[in-house]
Design a protein around this ligand. Structure first.
Ligand code: C2E
Ligand code: CA
Ligand code: CA
Length: 758
């Protein structure tokens, strides 16, 4: 209460001189007293508040600057009074004028800070816009002053007029900022901002009236004093809690264009008036146009950067196709709109090998070529995206099942065209398709995410079965559920030790091609599943690997196989025990130091390592060549044989054989079956055999199903053959009977080991 009474007195004090109190010294003195009170109140406020401290500090500074101007004016009046000279108020007025302009800047800063303490959503501070708007206002004021009948620009000294116009323009910007902050920072219901706004309006009216010569110069000085008191008053009013508003850049953009149009209009108007009186208006208007145009240019570049950023966020860097996010958005849009769309998911086969073998740069270029090929066959209106890695997705409106499958084959064919460059060989892809469900589907309409999941499941299914294209149907999900169940059963079997009862090892003979004798057997695992019967490795090896049971399985097979072929077994009576046995290793075995521990254990138990061959597939060796070389050396170092399985299916070169301490090369079935019909294949195999022999490696051909092939193999100098022609993999109990029943020459007495093992 006391504070407000003091402020009331201050208000009267600063207004007194304007209403005509005689004497320069007295008038300046009373003004000074009023402003001093205001400064004191504002500084006290800045000290006592916590959150808004900086706001009030800036406003107190503004008042302090006005105070300094008033002191200067007072000093000049005092000197003038003492020396008895009159008319020296001019320098004092200049200082006061300048300080008022500076005060505008400080108030502006205070308002910006106020906005920031209330909201982080947007900032109204835009100097370029503000200064341009101020210049436009000052141009307008000049024009109006000139236009006025009997314009008084000649009656006021030019600098007084210019100062007055400048202050009016600055106040205009302060007023604009006050109103913007009130809205942006959610201060509309806070009375303090409105008290300040009112003060600014009053002051602006006084300044404009002074510029027009309606009020005497003294009013301007008093107006500023009163403004300080009003701001101080605002600081004593209780704040209302604020709710910040979501701001957009729209108002800023609109403001920019309004200023631009206004400035241009002013310049056009000025050209119609006598040139000698409109110079300043044209200059101000011109500067405003320059300023605001710069702002527009920046705005446009900001917007294009924003658009580019948005674009970047939706494109795949490598291929320039849509990325996963963009695809997801389009998919959701289509699904929400109830559009009939087919989703295709395409994944390159064995892309990892290309990356491992040829490096990422070649892999990247292959992806780019693939993207290009796909884009070329995709019709307009479709969305083609790279979801990541070697996975591409396509969204195609309105497709029926038959058409979709046909088109998926086209996609796969297009991908094939991307290979064959940079030594990568042919590439292939697996495609999964999900179609929108029929109206009678019990599961209801799938959303975008579900469609993608289905396409993914279908693709996965295509990959695991070796199909190129697979259309999603319920069976795939059933297969997925079945797979999950099997994974559980597998874990259970290994956890309870039941695995050794459920897993079986079958043996497939390998015959010496020249003598026809059984040189060895390959151990091939089977799962005697409690529900599903005897399962081939393809049905469960992946699950074993993913479930982390591969080391256990390998140990089981190794122990079984070496026991079956050991010195005294059920095979002994026919001598079938006295053969070499081959055991397959998997990806994880090759990375598992535990394998070496197991081998050492077996050796300690008296195993003859030369009777055991460990088979490692070529692609496995290639996926981590350094580790592979290291591990295979350790295996060889212990005396075990090492076979490169599925030779010819991977990307390895012949020269790679030199680095590997292998004892055997196992020609893949895909070569064997084409041998008798394809002369090129025959040439390749001939070359391979020659090189392998030169390196001291035994060559085994697998998948031999007919006599014709056997003859070709014989002519090519292959060492051993394995395949259905001789026998399917046999249960251990069937091996002696098979051996006995063979019409071929009897088994040679000793082990037929590698003829040329290094
Ligand atoms: P693989 O090492 O290439 O084994 C040869 C596969 O070809 C065997 O299939 C065999 O039954 C089959 N096969 C043999 N001769 C012929 C033929 O004349 N015609 C045809 N069409 N096929 C023939 P299986 O037993 O289904 O084994 C599949 C794969 O599972 C094996 O391929 C091997 O990579 C893996 N595997 C088998 N047992 C084990 C194991 O104990 N551990 C590991 N890690 N993998 C194993
Ligand atoms: Ca094998
Ligand atoms: Ca093989």
């Amino acid at each position: 209460m006391l504070l407000r009474s003091v402020l009331l007195v201050s208000a009267v004090l600063v207004l007194l001189p304007a209403t005509g109190v005689p004497g320069d010294l007295a008038s300046a003195g009373s003004r000074l007293a009023g402003v001093s009170f205001a400064v004191a109140v504002l500084r006290r406020k800045a000290r006592t508040t916590e959150e808004e401290r900086t706001v009030w500090r800036w406003l107190a500074r503004a008042a302090a600057v006005v105070w300094a101007g008033t002191v200067a004016q007072f000093g000049v009046s005092a000197v003038a009074g003492a020396s008895g000279r009159a008319g020296l108020e001019l320098p004092g007025d200049v200082v006061l004028s300048a300080s008022c302009l500076l005060a505008c800047v400080l108030v502006y800063q205070g308002l910006i800070v106020w906005n920031r303490t209330s909201t982080r959503l947007a900032d109204p501070g835009d100097w370029l816009n503000g200064i341009s708007a101020g210049l436009a206002v000052s141009a307008l004021l000049h024009l109006v002053i000139v236009w006025r009948p009997g314009g008084h620009e000649r009656t006021l000294p030019w600098w007084v007029l210019e100062m007055s116009v400048a202050r009016s323009s600055a106040l205009f910007i302060v007023l604009g900022t006050t109103l913007t902050v009130a809205v942006m920072a959610g201060l509309v219901r806070d009375p303090r901002i409105w008290v300040i706004a009112l003060g600014v309006v009053f002051l602006m009216a006084v300044e404009v009236a002074t510029a027009f010569g309606v009020l005497r110069g003294g009013w301007s000085s008093s107006g500023w004093g009163l403004f300080c008191v009003v701001v101080a008053w605002a600081s004593t009013v209780r704040a209302r809690p604020v709710r910040p508003q979501e701001a957009t850049t729209q108002s800023l953009t609109i403001g920019t264009f309004v200023v631009l149009l206004a400035s241009v209009a002013i310049i056009l108007l000025a050209t119609r008036l006598p040139p000698q009186s409109t110079g300043v208006a044209v200059i101000c208007g011109g500067l405003a146009v320059v300023g605001v145009s710069t702002r527009v240019v920046r705005l446009v570049s900001d917007l294009s950067t924003l658009a580019q950023t948005r674009q970047d966020a939706l494109t795949d860097d490598l291929t320039g196709l849509a990325n996963r996010r963009a695809f997801g958005q389009q998919l959701d849009l289509a699904a929400e709109g109830g559009d009939d769309v087919a989703v295709y998911l395409l994944d390159l086969d064995r892309f990892k090998e290309v990356n491992d073998r040829f490096g990422h740069a070649v892999g990247d270029r292959l992806l780019q070529r693939t993207a290009g090929r796909l884009a070329a066959v995709v019709p307009a209106g479709a969305v083609l995206a790279r979801l990541g890695g070697d996975e591409f997705a396509l969204l195609l409106p309105g497709a029926d099942a038959v058409g979709a499958v046909r088109f998926a084959h086209e996609l796969a064919a297009a991908v094939q065209g991307a290979g064959g460059v940079e030594g990568t060989g042919q590439v292939s892809a697996s495609v999964g398709i999900a179609l929108p469900t029929r109206a009678d589907d019990p599961a209801g309409t799938p959303d975008g995410g579900e469609l993608l999941r289905r396409a993914d499941a279908a693709m996965y299914q295509a990959k695991s079965t070796g199909e190129v294209v697979r259309l999603y149907d319920d069976a795939i999900d059933r297969a997925g559920r079945e797979e999950a169940l099997m994974a559980d059963e597998l874990s259970c079997a290994f956890a309870t030790g039941d695995a050794s009862r459920q897993f079986r090892v079958h043996y497939q003979p390998q015959l010496d091609l020249s003598s026809g004798a059984v040189a060895g057997v390959e151990a091939l695992v089977r799962w005697q599943h409690p529900r599903l019967g005897l399962l081939a490795p393809a049905a469960f090896l992946d699950l074993v690997e993913r479930g982390g049971h591969m080391a256990d399985l390998t140990e089981f097979v190794l122990r079984e196989a070496t026991a079956a072929t050991g010195p005294r077994t059920s095979w002994s009576p026919v001598g079938a025990n006295d053969v070499r046995v081959a055991v397959n290793l998997s990806a994880s075995s090759l990375a598992d130091p535990g394998l070496l521990v197991l081998l050492d254990e077996l050796l300690a138990e008296g195993l003859d390592p030369t009777a055991v061959v460990l088979e490692v597939t070529e692609t496995l060796l290639m996926s981590n060549p350094e580790q592979a070389v290291e591990m295979t050396r350790e295996i060889r170092h212990r005396g075990f044989g090492l076979s490169i399985d599925d030779y010819g299916t991977g990307y390895s070169s012949l020269s790679y054989l030199v680095d590997l301490p292998a004892t055997e090369v196992k020609l893949d079935r895909s070569f064997t079956v084409r041998l008798s019909g394809d002369d090129r294949v025959r040439q390749i195999v001939a070359g391979t055999v020659e090189l392998a022999h030169r390196l001291g490696l035994r060559v085994v051909a697998e998948g031999v199903e007919d006599e014709a092939t056997l003859e070709v193999l014989r002519s090519l100098g292959i060492d051993e053959t394995q395949g259905y022609l001789h026998s399917r993999p046999l249960a251990p109990a069937d091996v002696p009977a098979w051996v006995r029943g063979r019409s071929a020459p009897a088994l040679s007495g000793g082990r037929s080991r590698s003829a040329t093992a290094p």
